[in-house]
Design a protein around this ligand. Structure first.
Ligand code: G3I
Length: 339
């Protein structure tokens, strides 16, 4: 039995993968992507980001995102939206703009509202802040194109202080409220997430995120979930991962593991590939063990299209399928854990 089928049998909503528009012309890649026994959910790696969707102020382009949504819909896969507000991949009119607080508030409201509204009913969860993603979830029996909307803004630095991006600099922490409220208004049934990295282990950054979501809830700002990105290194999966998942779900939030990959220093050896199998198994097991962890998304399923080698020199092989689209031991770790 394959990875998504096993995740569903374990009571989860999905085991999914990121994909990107440029990859959809690769027919061998797409054949595996379309198999919903492997993947029950897709996240667009780039085409719903601000630079892609509102390159000029007020000019919205949804063709790239729409293509991924159509792909998911055709194969009965859920969608996670990614993302509404993030410091990265901003068009220069946003990142270089000099706006008053009132102007930027209205810009965020218009961007999040239009983006989430365009995909209303089609997204199960959305990254709304840091990265804001949006995800919308329909009842399971209906067509699922959940686009998770998480506001995925990666709002924090690793020491738990706020990232000094254009949003924080102009609006302070209120930009998170503004984005979440706009996303909720545009699609009341999308699950709204804040999505960040390096919050998968106990420490200042995880504490900052716990405090942020507690504060949002105490003020009745709409927030449904936290995305733990899970960009890990072989042999260094945090042992506190399950405890962190439990700390977020104890607040009444759902958790999704949104961008899982586990990279290694190349060349790959059988020892590293076997450790990677164990690592993937441990990550999936941590999600499986906590009922509020709703699903796991890998940050593309194959090394052929991983973001890792171009970002971390000398590292790679982070995905469960190799560059020739063959399964690696990591895939067995995933299925063993779900089973
Ligand atoms: O679209 C341009 C293209 O026109 C140009 O010719 C080409 C030349 O480099 O670049 C293309 O843009 C690239 C874009 O991906 C689309 O392929 C950017 O350079 C490249 O930086 C960008 O990388 C993306 C990265 O986010 C940017 O931050 C990765 O694909 C994407 O996987 C990655 O995803 C992020 C999540 O959104 C948030 N969490 C971390 C994760 C990994 O960085």
């Amino acid at each position: 039995t394959n990875s998504n089928a096993l995740a569903r049998a374990a009571g989860k909503l999905y085991f999914g993968t990121a994909t990107d528009n440029s990859e959809l012309s690769d027919s061998a890649y797409v054949a595996i992507l379309n198999d919903n026994t492997y993947f029950g959910q897709l996240t667009p790696a780039n085409s719903m980001k601000w630079d892609a969707t509102e390159p000029q102020q007020g000019t919205f382009l949804f063709s790239g995102g729409d293509q991924i949504v159509a792909q998911a819909k055709a194969h009965n896969q859920l969608m996670r939206g990614h993302n509404c507000v993030w410091y990265n991949q901003l068009p220069s009119w946003v990142s270089g703009g000099h706006f008053t607080a009132a102007q930027l508030t209205s810009i965020i409201q218009n961007h999040c509202g239009t983006l989430v509204g365009h995909y209303k009913g089609q997204i199960c969860e959305s990254d709304t802040v840091g990265m804001l993603s949006m995800v919308r979830r329909r009842s399971r029996s209906k067509l699922q194109i959940p686009i998770a909307s998480h506001p995925e803004p990666e709002p924090f630095n690793d020491d738990g202080t706020w990232r000094s991006d254009v949003f924080f600099t102009t609006l302070g922490t209120s930009y998170v409220d503004i984005a979440l409220k706009a996303a909720r208004a545009a699609d009341p049934s999308a699950k709204l997430y804040i999505n960040d990295y390096n919050i998968e282990q106990t420490g200042a950054k995880a504490t900052a995120m716990l405090n942020l979501v507690k504060d949002l809830k105490s003020r009745s700002i709409p927030i449904d979930g936290v995305g733990l990105q899970c960009h890990f290194i072989v042999g260094q999966v945090p042992t506190s991962l399950q405890s962190i998942i439990q700390q977020f779900t104890a607040l009444g939030l759902e958790v999704a593991l949104t961008e899982l990959d586990i990279r290694m220093t190349l060349p790959a050896t059988s020892a590293l590939l076997n450790q990677q199998e164990t690592d993937y198994k441990n990550v999936i097991a941590a999600c499986k063990a906590v009922s509020g962890c709703v699903g796991v998304t890998i940050w593309d399923y194959t090394d052929k299209y991983s973001w890792v080698p171009s970002t971390f020199g000398g590292q790679g092989e982070a995905c469960p399928w190799d560059a020739n689209l063959q399964k690696k031991p990591a895939y067995s770790g995933i299925t063993a854990a779900w089973a």
